[in-house]
Design a protein. Structure first.
Length: 302
């Protein structure tokens, strides 16, 4: 849950100035022509809602109408929209906490997005396969940026993109509660209890983030075709597979599924959490498990 309120323009402006991508804050009533003036054929545009629950990708001028109208529909009335020049590279999330005047980094997660026009995470994992130099650079940049954020006790999600040109901060989200799935893979992979850390900091205590184990852990979301669910198969087989810690299927026969366009629609179906001796193994196990779960749907149209 984002801590950025739709009326907190000062906080939104502060965050925008810290980002290392060309970013503009646009009114929810923005016209297509304003987006068109920012678009070029070299890099895609990312159009995000303030809470980052929706992020659309404009790769072609023909995408503008669809992505803009979806962002406006997903955004709370009155909330602005972020429009950014996209950056190529490996993406990661750093979770940390502002503790009065101090910053407390907790964990870095690798991220992979669904293909297509919606930049929605379909896979999260740890540990990330960055060099020691890159990990140090990411953490130091997060600490530096946190000094410019409001003083208080709250969580921060930093989105970084790493490529040959360096490390770039592409988004910041301030939150009231840590993401449930991130808490799960953090606990399975490292033994660190992210929720306990959150509660300790919320009560102005001193948190402990010392890992008690070093395993690869990944979560992959189940993303079937849209339509009416006709059948669900292979859940038990997947649950009994080596390295699978959890299979969460939230839908039932007869349920209606829409196309995945944001975090909310992604979360409706379910996910698989897998572990392994390293991140590569955990990722492959999670993705393989998801591919074996068959959720057959019938098109909503007659």
């Amino acid at each position: 849950m984002s801590q950025i309120e739709k009326t907190d323009i000062q906080k939104i402006n502060t965050i925008t100035t810290l980002l290392e991508t060309t970013t503009k804050i646009m009114s929810n009533e923005i016209e297509e022509t304003s987006i068109n003036s920012m678009f070029n054929e070299t890099n895609p545009l990312w159009v995000r809602t303030v809470d980052n629950q929706f992020c659309g990708i404009i790769n072609d001028s023909n995408d503008i109408k669809l992505i803009l109208s979806t962002a406006q529909r997903k955004s709370e009335k009155g909330s602005p929209i972020f429009v950014q020049q996209g950056i190529e590279g490996k993406t990661c999330y750093l979770i940390g906490y502002r503790m009065s005047y101090h910053f407390f980094p907790v964990e870095i997660f690798g991220v992979e997005f669904i293909p297509g026009n919606y930049r929605i995470p379909r896979l999260l994992w740890l540990p990330v396969e960055f060099s020691g130099k890159e990990l140090k650079g990411i953490t130091e940049k997060a600490k530096e940026v946190s000094r410019n954020l409001p003083i208080g006790y709250y969580g921060i999600l930093f989105e970084f993109i790493v490529n040959a040109q360096g490390i770039f901060l592409s988004f910041i989200d301030l939150f009231f509660q840590p993401d449930e799935e991130m808490c799960q893979i953090c606990k399975e992979g490292t033994g660190i209890d992210l929720m306990q850390i959150h509660q300790t900091i919320e009560n102005h205590g001193i948190p402990n983030s010392v890992p008690t184990r070093e395993l690869g852990c990944a979560i992959a979301w189940i993303i079937p075709h849209s339509g009416i669910v006709q059948s669900i198969k292979n859940i038990e087989k997947v649950q009994n597979t080596e390295g699978i810690k959890q299979v969460q299927v939230k839908v039932h026969e007869g349920d209606s599924l829409t196309h995945v366009t944001d975090i909310e629609s992604r979360n409706k179906t379910g996910y698989v959490i897998a572990i392994g001796p390293d991140a590569f193994t955990a990722r492959n196990r999670a993705l393989s498990a998801v591919s074996r779960i068959q959720i057959n749907t019938r098109n909503l149209l007659p």
